[in-house]
Design a protein around this ligand. Structure first.
Ligand code: UT7
Length: 336
C-alpha cells in the first residue's frame, strides 16, 4: 500500500485593511521610498489596528477562509498548530484561543515558535500526525502581528515588517502527493543578531526594559542578511539534490518573504526563472509566520495537482529549512 503522506487540501488567508506605505514611513524615520524599494523590494505592508486585537483576530479569519473553501465543519478539526512570534499572550497558546473563537471544540492545539521558520517547522510537525494515521484533519496556521513588537523609530526594522495570517488544511493522501521531504535546521549561536530581548523569563518586563525599548525586535540587518542568503539558498539546493530534482522539475519556489534580494538569490541558486517564484513582499512586507501561507493562498488557483513546490525559510534563532511538497489539487476548481 502507498505510504500515507500529509497533503495540503485547502488554503486560507487574511491581511488587515490598513496600508502602511513607504511614503508614510518617510514621515516616521529617516528613509526614502527609493531606498526601501531598492534594498528590500517592499512598497507597502498591512497593519492590524484596534485595541485588544492580537494575532488570533487575523488567524481566525484565515481559518474561516480555509474551512469555507474546503466545506469543513470546525468540529471535524482534530489538531491545530499555530506558528507565531506574536502570540496574543505569553500563555495560553494562541492555537487554543483560535480553537475557541472558531468553535473547533474537538481539536487540541499548541503554538510553535521558531521565528520566521515557524510555519515550515509547523508543517513538518503536523505532517507526522497525518503520516502516522492518528489524525485526519489538521490545521496549520502561520500569523503575526509584527507591528506589536516593532519600534517605529528604528529604520532598520520598521520598514520590513507587516501583519497578516494564513492557514492550511492537512489531510492524508495515498496517491503519492503531499509532503515528500523536509530539511530543518537551527543554530542558537545566531540569537544575538535577531531577537526580542525583554518580556521573557530572562528579562521580565520592568519600567527599565520598556524605557530601553527592549520589547521591540532588534536586528543586525547585514549579518542576518548574509546568513539568510547563504543558508536559505543552500538548504533549498540541498533538498533538490536529495530528491534528484533539477530547476526544470520544480514549478514553484515558495520562499519566506524577508527581502527580495534573498529570494532572488535562492531562486538563482536553484536555477529557477522569476515566473516560478511566488512573491508578495512588495505589498505585505515580512509578515514572519504569515508569508508562506499567504503566498499559497494568493497562488492557489494557479496551482495544479502534481506540481512540485519547494518551500523554504530563514529566521531568528537562527532557524531555517526547506520542504519538498507535491501539490494535491487543481486550483482552478476553487470558487472563491
Ligand atoms: O525574516 C527574518 C530574517 N530577516 C532577514 O532576512 C532580514 C535580512 N536583512 C536585510 O534584509 C537587510 O540587511 C536590511 C533591509 C535590514 C538592511 O539592508 P542593507 O542593504 O543590509 O543595509 P545596511 O544595514 O548595510 O545599511 C546600508 C546603509 C547604512 O548607511 P551607511 O552606514 O552606509 O551610511 C544604513 O545606515 O543604509 C542605511 N540604512 C538606511 N537608509 C535609509 C539602513 N536602513 C535604512 C533605511 N533607510 N530604512
Amino acid at each position: 500500500m502507498e505510504k500515507i503522506r500529509a497533503a495540503i487540501t485547502g488554503v486560507g488567508g487574511y491581511v488587515p485593511e490598513y496600508i502602511l506605505n513607504n511614503q508614510e514611513l518617510e514621515n516616521l524615520v529617516e528613509t526614502t521610498d527609493e531606498w526601501i524599494t531598492s534594498r528590500t523590494g517592499i512598497t507597502e505592508r498591512r497593519i492590524l489596528k484596534g485595541e485588544g486585537n492580537g494575532t488570533s483576530v487575523m488567524a481566525e479569519q484565515a481559518v474561516w477562509d480555509v474551512l469555507k473553501k474546503t466545506n469543513t465543519d470546525p468540529l471535524e478539526i482534530e489538531l491545530v498548530i499555530c506558528a507565531t512570534v506574536t502570540p496574543d499572550m505569553i500563555f495560553p497558546a494562541t492555537a487554543n484561543i483560535i480553537c475557541d473563537k472558531v468553535g473547533m471544540k474537538n481539536a487540541w492545539g499548541f503554538d510553535i515558535e521558531a521565528a520566521c521558520s515557524g510555519f515550515i517547522y509547523s508543517l513538518a510537525t503536523a505532517s507526522k500526525f497525518i503520516e502516522t494515521g492518528t489524525h485526519k484533519k489538521v490545521l496549520v496556521i502561520g500569523g503575526d502581528k509584527m507591528s506589536s513588537i516593532i519600534d517605529y523609530t528604528d529604520r532598520q526594522t520598521c520598514i520590513i515588517f507587516g501583519d497578516g495570517a494564513g492557514a492550511v488544511l492537512l489531510e492524508p493522501n495515498t496517491e503519492g502527493l503531499g509532503l515528500q521531504d523536509s530539511i530543518l535546521k537551527s543554530d542558537g549561536a545566531g540569537r544575538q543578531y535577531l531577537y526580542q530581548k525583554a518580556g521573557g523569563s530572562a528579562y521580565p518586563p520592568t519600567l527599565d526594559t520598556v524605557q530601553k525599548r527592549e520589547h521591540y525586535v532588534h536586528q543586525e540587518g547585514q549579518t542576518v542578511f548574509k546568513f539568510a542568503v547563504t543558508n536559505m539558498a543552500d538548504v533549498s539546493y540541498e533538498i533538490m539534490q536529495r530528491n534528484n530534482l533539477t530547476g526544470d522539475d520544480i514549478q514553484w519556489l515558495v520562499a519566506h518573504q524577508a527581502n527580495k534580494r534573498i529570494i532572488d538569490a535562492t531562486a538563482n541558486r536553484m536555477g529557477l526563472s522569476p515566473e516560478k517564484v511566488m512573491m508578495n513582499i512588495q505589498k505585505f512586507g515580512n509578515t514572519t509566520n504569515g508569508t508562506i501561507p499567504l503566498l499559497l493562498q494568493e497562488w492557489e488557483k494557479q496551482l495544479k495537482k502534481g506540481d512540485n513546490l519547494v518551500i523554504s525559510a530563514f529566521g531568528g534563532g537562527f532557524t531555517w529549512g526547506a520542504l519538498y511538497l507535491k501539490w494535491a489539487y487543481d486550483g482552478v476548481s476553487i470558487n472563491q
